[in-house]
Write a protein that binds this ligand. Structure first.
Ligand code: SF4
Ligand code: SF4
Length: 175
């Protein structure tokens, strides 16, 4: 398998996410409810019984870089929020991690998603559709995630792990 530097892999990951967003926007999103006029904005990100967004190591690195654009006081607040989410929802890297759900600490009232340009694939794909037949097919997400796994493997030379978003962000900080 071709080897990639982390820098090159991050460029490719950014492009992959941007292409995925364009595809969702052009082909599906116009049939979904508008987030702009949503009366429960953020309910999708803060539903502690629903959100179980998982990311890989490369995505955690990309998200960390996005958070580094914030002023340091704000960044500190966000990392405290991430720690708080891990404690509150008992998130961990052990067991059936996909059964762990949480209110996402990266959602900010009035701003929305703090990492919007690099948000995880399920977050890009998610919207509120009235009709089930209007939803983007699951294969779209699966294909994009398979490509992300490959980028991870080309970069870190090990099988990619998917972990709850807050867990991976703190693992990265712990080295
Ligand atoms: S995805 Fe749904 S709940 Fe979330 S902001 Fe958009 S319309 Fe509202
Ligand atoms: S990463 Fe962003 S879009 Fe995804 S759940 Fe968190 S705040 Fe919402």
């Amino acid at each position: 398998m071709k080897t990639l530097s982390e820098k090159r892999a991050l460029q490719k990951l950014r492009k992959l996410k941007s292409d995925f967003r364009d595809r969702i926007r052009q082909n599906y999103e116009h049939r979904a409810k508008s987030c702009e006029t949503c009366e429960t904005k953020g309910a999708c990100c803060l539903d502690a019984h629903f959100v179980n967004v998982h990311i890989t190591r490369l995505e955690a690195v990309l998200i960390k870089k996005e958070l580094e654009k914030l002023p340091s006081a704000k960044r500190k607040e966000i990392y405290e929020r991430i720690e708080h989410a891990i404690e509150t929802y008992k998130l961990s890297a052990e067991g059936d991690t996909f059964s762990q759900t949480f209110a996402c600490p990266l959602f900010e009232q009035n701003t929305g998603c703090l990492i919007h340009p690099v948000k995880p694939i399920p977050c890009i794909q998610h919207a509120c559709y009235d009709r089930k037949e209007d939803l983007p097919p699951d294969e779209l997400q699966e294909n994009a995630e398979a490509k992300i796994e490959k980028l991870n493997e080309q970069t870190y030379k090990q099988f990619s792990r998917w972990l709850p978003l807050p867990v991976y962000l703190t693992l990265l900080n712990d080295g």
